[in-house]
Structures are given as C-alpha cells and as structure tokens.
Design a protein around this ligand. Structure first.
Ligand SMILES: [Mg+2]
Length: 228
C-alpha cells in the first residue's frame, strides 16, 4: 500500500498574528490574596455562601455591581487597598520576558487585558520594560469575561479573532473571554489547580494548557504559522 501524499486539513497550520495576555498571575506573579480580599469586601458569611454557588471562582466586580453607591465605594476602596499591596510586591512572571522577546522577533503583536486598574498596568509597563498595546484595564467596559475587550483589540489591530491567542491564568475570565471572542486560548495553570474534577464540565475549555510560560513558544512554533 502506498503512503498517502495528501496533506490532511489538520496539518494546515493556523495563522497567528497576535497574542493577548492577562496581567495578574500571568505576566506577573500572583501577589494579591484574592480570598482575603473577597472576605474583606463581602464579609465572611456572604463570602462562603457566594463561593458555594460559584465553585469555579467569584466575580467580585459583578457581585458588588448593584450595591448602593456608598457600599460600593467602600468595596472599591478595599479592593484598591489589596491591589496596592499587590503592586508593592509586583514581580514579573518567569518566562514572560523570553516569550515576549520571541514574539517580538517574529513581529507578532502583543496586547494586554486586565481587570486591574490602569495605574497597575502603568507600573507593570515600567517594571517590565516592554509595552503591550493596546493594554485595556478595568476602566474599559465591559471587562473580561465579556469578549468585548478582546474584540476591541482585534479591531484595533485590524485582524480576525481566530488569528489571535488569549493567554491567561483564569478559566472563568481569560479562557471564557478568548473563546467567546473566537480566539485560540491558552490557560496558564502553574499549580495544577484546574486538574480538579470540578472543572471538567465548564462551558469554555482552553485549546492549550501549560504550567509555565516557557512552554508556550514551542506550541506556537509547532502549531501555528507565525505571520504578522
Ligand atoms: Mg489573572
């Protein structure tokens, strides 16, 4: 029997023209104690009850959306205090510089979407020494997991969402945002927390899962045609 000379469609590499990153826990080492922040905002009892109803994670901005202006202002102050502490400890994620250098060497665009504030993005840019553009922070509405910010970046770049990869450490925010926009997604799961059975039946699953940013550039080279 002769060997088939046909190229199967699956061996045709998808074109990749841009990569969009999450910031906290993806480009920076996690420095915010989220459970402590949620507890401080919601109170212990409310926190436990909301966590029970949302096993895949709490969306704190959503939880406080309909609070009275006074209560909401206090909540935002608590969140800001925790974020400020996080900023003081800001550290660049291992592998982030190398991955960005690789993308730059191929002229692949780099964007950023975070639910953190613009001041945090500014500090990150300063410490990292490379700029992501566009970089959308919480001030851009709607925020992740809405696909809006990613679609906005794609239209700014004038490229299609299926030519972009969203990389982040949150299944409910980053992967959901990426999949809803129609992009490729890569989940950074450093600790293996998403191996837990509770994540088996989630609506949006990542195309790729890595335990380190260092694993991404071989995926990009193997599976994609990197062409700006
Ligand atoms: Mg994150």
């Amino acid at each position: 029997m002769s060997k088939s000379v046909f190229t199967s469609p699956s061996s045709v590499k998808a074109r990749l023209r841009g990569v969009v990153f999450d910031m906290d826990g993806t480009l920076t080492v996690p420095a915010i104690d989220f459970p402590a922040m949620y507890k401080a905002v919601l109170g212990e009892e409310e926190y436990l009850s909301i966590r029970k109803r949302n096993p895949s994670g709490i969306d704190i901005l959503h939880q406080i959306e309909n609070w009275s202006p006074d209560k909401q202002r206090r909540a935002y102050q608590i969140i800001a205090d925790f974020e400020k502490q996080g900023l003081d400890r800001l550290e660049i994620m291992p592998g982030a510089s190398e991955l960005c250098a690789f993308l730059d060497s191929r002229s692949i665009r780099r964007g950023l979407i975070t639910r953190n504030v613009k001041a945090a993005v500014d500090l990150f840019h300063e410490r990292f020494g490379r700029t992501f553009s566009p970089a959308l922070s919480r001030e851009f509405r709607p925020y992740k997991p809405d696909p809006g910010p990613l679609l906005h970046i794609c239209s700014t770049w004038e490229i299609q969402p299926n030519e972009v990869m969203m990389i982040g450490d949150s299944l409910k925010d980053d992967v959901a945002c990426g999949k809803r926009a129609g992009a490729f997604t890569c989940l950074l799961d450093e600790t293996g927390r998403y191996e837990s059975p509770e994540y088996e039946h989630v609506e949006y699953k990542p195309d790729y899962k890595v335990s380190s940013l260092a694993d991404i550039h071989s995926i990009l080279q193997a599976d994609f045609e990197l062409k700006p």
